[in-house]
Design a protein around this ligand. Structure first.
Ligand SMILES: [Zn+2]
Length: 134
């Protein structure tokens, strides 16, 4: 997209106060090269322009990065996990940290933390997952 300055009538993505989400809008009025008022294409409501928050996207990106790091860690630990004998995962079994478990869906995993409340945190190839235990 070229850096063409916005003007009234241009489409823009904005957070709609009525729809409570990011929807397509049309710029109704400009102020200092920034949209001042927009009209929602979904509910046709007019309201002040709110920049779509980048936080949700940033959080998603952070989560994706964390997952990549977890998957990398799993790969590094894979050989070590294969050396230990893996226990078949069962939510009625008890586990300790560094226990290797084998899950029918997620495969080989290494217990990272005991979370308490009958939960453990396990590193699988697909990333960290919270699992039930005894
Ligand atoms: Zn709306």
């Amino acid at each position: 997209m070229a850096d063409k300055p916005l003007s009234a009538g241009d489409p823009i993505e904005a957070r709609c106060t009525k729809c409570r989400k990011i929807t397509n809008h049309i710029v109704v009025a400009m102020k200092d090269a920034v949209p001042a008022k927009v009209e929602c294409n979904t509910c046709n409501g007019q309201h002040l322009y709110r920049k779509p928050k980048a936080t949700a996207q940033t959080a998603a990106k952070k989560a994706a990065n964390a997952k990549v790091a977890e998957q990398k860690k799993w790969l590094e630990l894979k050989a070590e996990m294969e050396k230990k004998s893996a226990k078949k995962y069962s939510m009625d079994a008890g586990y300790s940290v560094d226990c290797v478990i084998e899950h029918p869906q997620f495969g080989l995993g290494l217990v990272q933390r005991i979370l308490g409340g009958r939960k453990i945190e396990v590193l699988f190839e697909d990333g960290l997952k919270t699992m039930r235990c005894k």
